[in-house]
Every structure is written in structure tokens, then in C-alpha cells.
Design a binder for this molecule. Structure first.
Ligand SMILES: Cc1cc2nc3c(=O)[nH]c(=O)nc-3n(C[C@H](O)[C@H](O)[C@H](O)COP(=O)(O)OP(=O)(O)OC[C@H]3O[C@@H](n4cnc5c(N)ncnc54)[C@H](O)[C@@H]3O)c2cc1C
Length: 406
């Protein structure tokens, strides 16, 4: 294994930042490339060639992973507020509640405007800042270093992030006692170039005279058929002048471009963590396929989560967390069928280079969208409005009712 610091190959750097945090000489900084992704750069004047950066690089030294004896749970938090504030069924908050009773620290991704960064909290009351998926790679800062200090002080640490960030943390903590560490990863399909959203902000600034205060990629309105998570999700942009802009998920160019794998980080197209073998204690995702293999967990359209415990520690916490949730154990093989990022990585779109050329150029947001997106297919609109999850669940409920009467 070589790794980016030796090979200079972009696909060999996950951007986890373990190398910058381990360097005792502060000789490594993260710098954005022209696509907007951050890579380590070594200052040769400061480097003493100790090699620690290579030791903690998860590309070179992959931490232990777990493929067997999973415990899989599907369901949603019984607390409506938590569910409404969360991306899927609020499982992250319930795992936090189960693990963090006393003397704990929670690490997660927070957003300010368009920038996303890792931070920690010492009080669960502040958990809202970590809730909601921010679809941009978060800046790790000193988070691994801080986690190590807290663990050495005997505190309970819950560290959440993407699988590559958890791998970076585990590689960084290789000599640290991890008895009080719980790692929680989000199932991840990759991270998009931040340049696209910067162009979006430029567009808004021109149109409304101000930038973005906050962005909710997966906002759901309480008034739409309960929370309307499966069919009625929107991206909600909160502008600095307090104006709110809502864009239906299926008509939103961001999702079209990103989910067509035109602007993901190069390493995501070869992600080593997109498999059944996981490094974190617990993996969290959306309960995709809910209407197909466990319709009873659809609830009232307000979201449901999938949680996979990969270790004994993860299993114990998940069993405790599920006491505050509606749901049940699921068959791993069945869940895997609808969880592509737990089977394999995404494939690079053959037009990625051409798209990236446009994104890097002076082309504006509207021009990029016009060139690179299509209107939603009829099939999709049919699914959303005519024969979507809601309707399928309604028919399933009706059949269940009729069977009971027989
Ligand atoms: C970049 C990204 C890609 C994802 N891709 C998929 C996918 O393909 N399939 C799937 O089933 N689920 C995916 N998820 C996970 C999913 O969106 C939910 O996070 C998950 O279902 C947990 O739901 P919840 O209701 O508990 O959410 P929440 O309470 O909203 O979850 C919050 C958690 O997400 C973490 N988080 C948020 N943004 C980031 C970020 N930028 N970097 C690191 N951690 C972050 C927080 O630290 C916290 O741990 C992805 C999440 C992210 C952040």
C-alpha cells in the first residue's frame, strides 16, 4: 500500500486528516485542490521524516474491521420531535441517549452556512447541531486529538462521522485505550464537491442580495402527511435575510448531479469502506426498501432508520437504544439488498471529467444545471404522486385489515 503522501494519487486520500493531526511538527496542512476537495500538503522545511503520517494513514494501515455476527435493527424513535429534527428515524439521537449518561463527550458534524466541520459537545441538550445529514465532507480540525485527550482522562467518547473519518480516528488512536470509545458511522455514498454549493450561494446572492444562513438538505414539513419523509422531502435554504427557499428533492439539480456520481471525491469511487466489513461499532442509514420488506416500519411517513451493530459493544448499546424506538430486528441479507453503500462503492460517471471542467470554470450555477440536469422522468413523478410508497403502504394496510377480518 502506498497512500497519497507517497504516491500523490488523489484516489488514495480519503481526506480524513489523520496525518495532519498526528504531525508533531505541524508540517502538514490540508489544502483544497481545484475541484474543492482537501488534501494534505507537507512543508518540507518543517518535516523531520519521522513517518508517523504514513503510520496513521488508513489507506496504508486499514484498522480492524468486522464482517460477522451483525445485529440489525430497523425502526424509528418514539419521540416525534427527535424524528422530525433528524434525517431518517432519529436513531443517532437514541444511540446517543443510550450511551451517554454521565461524563461523556459527543463528536459530530456541525454546519455554519455552507461550511461543515467536526466539533464536540458535553451536553446532550446541544445535540440538534449534529442532527441532519450535511452532504459535504466535514473538516476534522483537531477532533481526533481532542478525542484522545478525553479518552486518556477516562471520559466516555461517542465519535460519529463517515466511515473514512472513523477509520482515520481508529488509525490515529492505535495506541490509545479505547474501552470508553463508541464509534458511530453514517452509511455513506460519497461526498460531493463543495464548489457546486458555492455556485448556488453566488446565484442566491445575485438574486436575493444575501448569502446562506443555513441549509437543510432533507427538510420535511410537519404539515405534509405527517413529516412526509419518503415522498415529500425538500431542500430548505435559509437565507441571511430570513427568506426560506424550498426545493422539492426530485426537482433539485443538486441531487440529480450528485446521485449521478458526477462530482464525488475521487477516493469515493474506490471507497474501501463501502462493504459489509465495517470499522465502526454501529452503522446508521435510512431504511431504504421499507415498503418492500418491512412495511410495518413505515409508520406515519415520518422516517425510519437502519442500524447495524458490527461489534459486541455496538450491539449492547443498540439493544438499549431500541427501547426508546418502535421497530424490530431485521435480516442483514435483506437489509443489504437495499443498502448499496454497504455492498460496494459508487462507479464514476463517464462524464465526470467534463462536468468537473465546467464546475471549475466560470460557468454559473444556472448554466451548469441547464447543461447537466434533466427533468424528472415520468416514472419518478408517477412514483411520487400516483403510485408511491404511501399508496403501496395504504394497500398493504388494507390487505392486512381484510385478512384479519377473514
Ligand atoms: C455524506 C453522507 C452520505 C450519506 N449517504 C447515505 C446513503 O447513501 N444511504 C443511507 O442509507 N444513508 C446515508 N447517510 C446517512 C443518513 O443520511 C442518516 O444520517 C442516517 O440515516 C441516520 O439518521 P438519523 O435520523 O439518526 O439522522 P441524524 O440525527 O440526522 O444523523 C446525524 C448524524 O450524521 C452525522 N453527520 C451529518 N453530516 C455529516 C457529515 N457531513 N460528515 C460526517 N458525519 C455527518 C452527524 O455527526 C450525526 O452523527 C449519509 C449521511 C451523510 C452525512
Amino acid at each position: 500500500m502506498s497512500g497519497y503522501l507517497r504516491s500523490n494519487l488523489k484516489e488514495e486520500c480519503f481526506g480524513c486528516e489523520a496525518c495532519t493531526q498526528v504531525c508533531g511538527k505541524s508540517a502538514i496542512i490540508m489544502k483544497e485542490d481545484e475541484e474543492g476537495f482537501r488534501y494534505p500538503v507537507i512543508d518540507e522545511n518543517l518535516c523531520v521524516h519521522c513517518g508517523l503520517c504514513n503510520v496513521v494513514c488508513p489507506y496504508e494501515n486499514m484498522p480492524e474491521s468486522f464482517g460477522e455476527n451483525k445485529y440489525v435493527f430497523g425502526g424509528y424513535s418514539l419521540n416525534e420531535e427527535i424524528r422530525f429534527e433528524s434525517t431518517s428515524g432519529g436513531i443517532f439521537s437514541e444511540v446517543v441517549n443510550a450511551y451517554c449518561d454521565d461524563n461523556y463527550i459527543i463528536f459530530g458534524a456541525e454546519a455554519k452556512g455552507l461550511s461543515v466541520f467536526h466539533n464536540y459537545i458535553t451536553d446532550k441538550k446541544e445535540l440538534a447541531k449534529f442532527r441532519k445529514s450535511k452532504y459535504s465532507q466535514s473538516i476534522m480540525g483537531n477532533s481526533y486529538k481532542q478525542a484522545r485527550i478525553f479518552l486518556n482522562e477516562g471520559k466516555k467518547v461517542l465519535f460519529s462521522g463517515t466511515p473514512c473519518q472513523i477509520a482515520g480516528l481508529k488509525a490515529y488512536l492505535r495506541n490509545t485505550n479505547q474501552d470508553y470509545l463508541l464509534t458511530v458511522e453514517v452509511v455513506c455514498e460519497g461526498v460531493p464537491s463543495p464548489i457546486y454549493m458555492r455556485k448556488y450561494e453566488e446565484y442566491l446572492e445575485k438574486k436575493y442580495g444575501c448569502g446562506i444562513e443555513s441549509l437543510d438538505y432533507r427538510y420535511t414539513d410537519k404539515t405534509v402527511l405527517s413529516h412526509g419523509k419518503w415522498d415529500f422531502e425538500v431542500m430548505r435554504t435559509h437565507l441571511k435575510n430570513n427568506k426560506m427557499i424550498k426545493k422539492d428533492r426530485w426537482f433539485n439539480p443538486f441531487w440529480f448531479i450528485w446521485l449521478n456520481h458526477l462530482m464525488s471525491r475521487p477516493s469515493c469511487y474506490q471507497c474501501r469502506f463501502a462493504s459489509q466489513e465495517r470499522i465502526a461499532d454501529i452503522s446508521l442509514g435510512d431504511l431504504w426498501g421499507v415498503h418492500l420488506y418491512c412495511p410495518e416500519l413505515y409508520g406515519n411517513n415520518s422516517g425510519a432508520s437502519l442500524a447495524v451493530a458490527n461489534t459486541e459493544k455496538g450491539r449492547n448499546i443498540l439493544l438499549k437504544a431500541q427501547r426508546s424506538m418502535y421497530g424490530h430486528e431485521l435480516d442483514f441479507k435483506e437489509a443489504l439488498r437495499y443498502q448499496a453503500p454497504m455492498r460496494t462503492h459508487i462507479s464514476q460517471n463517464q462524464h465526470r471529467e467534463a462536468f468537473m471542467r465546467d464546475l471549475k470554470s466560470s460557468m454559473r450555477y444556472e448554466e451548469i444545471n441547464k447543461k447537466w440536469t434533466k427533468s424528472p422522468a415520468l416514472k419518478l413523478l408517477w412514483n411520487k404522486y400516483i403510485w408511491g410508497n404511501r399508496q403501496k403502504i395504504a394497500v398493504w394496510n388494507l390487505k392486512k385489515f381484510l385478512r384479519r377480518r377473514d
